[in-house]
Write a protein that binds this ligand. Structure first.
Ligand code: ZN
Length: 277
């Protein structure tokens, strides 16, 4: 037994998207058998299922249900689309409640036909509008800043500072921030903004993976921890110093890793978690 075998994996959570070829029930079975304690769920994984029943299956495998991804996509120049986004977010909150996930992660959205500032304003208004619904369902909302390469259509919130500013403006115990190393590792103010996030009680989630060099695809080429240039362990220490005690969610969109035998890949994930995060 080498020294890494001793490292505790009690905070390890794996996102269903990471092992996308597995159905959620298979993922639950494999994660649980490998000693993984947490699972995060992509909404697509619930398609065609009784959500409440699926939540029970996860609990039966002794998994903590950490979060549901994703809500958001608030901005649009078109008022009707903004209204339907609110409806969809309410449905996502319902799904989170049925599943038993305490947190809904928000990929906030952006409409390239208007300014980022206008999209930002619509995001804030949109979140503001769903807070009462989220609080009555007991579901917290985490604003996830996305890397600026996604500022065209996926998110007008691109830095921890922007996410912190918005969470503070909204000033609700139901709204916080998700820190995903893939999106924020490059930020020279990251340590300071993580500290600020923790001090304000807004640090609600921590997502890990790596940035491959070179990156072949903007969306589907994330690496396992250790495969790229993100100082995951250092960022983890900042997050923990800021008071975060929750799960470390491995969230890897990767056409390369999805082609692997998923059982072998799961072993690699656990090893990468132990060695590099
Ligand atoms: Zn994430």
């Amino acid at each position: 037994m080498n020294s890494t075998d001793e490292k505790d994996i009690s905070k390890l959570c794996i996102h269903t998207i990471t092992t996308k070829p597995w159905k959620i029930e298979e993922a639950a079975q494999h994660f649980s058998a490998a000693g993984v304690k947490g699972i995060s769920v992509w909404r697509d994984a619930l398609e065609g299922r009784n959500v409440k029943q699926t939540g029970k299956v996860l609990l039966e495998h002794d998994l903590s249900i950490v979060s549901l991804c994703r809500g958001g996509f608030f901005p649009s120049k078109d008022l009707n689309k903004r209204k339907s986004a609110i409806d969809d977010n309410r449905r996502a909150i319902d799904e989170a409640a049925e599943l038993g996930a305490p947190l809904l992660v928000l990929v906030c959205g952006a409409d390239p036909s208007q300014s980022l500032r206008d999209s930002g304003k619509q995001i804030q208004d949109g979140i503001g509008e769903i807070i009462p619904y989220a609080s009555s369902a007991g579901i917290r909302l985490a604003i996830e800043p996305l890397h600026p390469m996604y500022a065209d259509t996926r998110s007008a919130i691109n830095t921890m500072k922007q996410a912190n500013d918005m969470a503070e403006e909204l000033n609700s115990p139901w709204v916080g921030v998700a820190v995903d190393v893939y999106h924020v590792w490059w930020d020279p103010f990251l340590e300071k903004e993580i500290k600020r996030c923790g001090e304000n009680g807004h640090l609600m989630a921590f997502h890990i993976c790596d940035w491959k060099v070179p990156t072949a695809d903007m969306l589907l080429d994330r690496g396992l921890m250790g495969e790229g240039c993100i100082p995951v362990r250092q960022i983890r220490s900042w997050v923990e110093t800021a008071g975060f005690t929750g799960f470390h969610e491995v969230e890897i969109f990767s056409t390369t890793h999805w082609k692997e035998n998923q059982s072998e890949y799961l072993r690699k994930i656990i090893k990468a978690y132990k060695d590099h995060s």
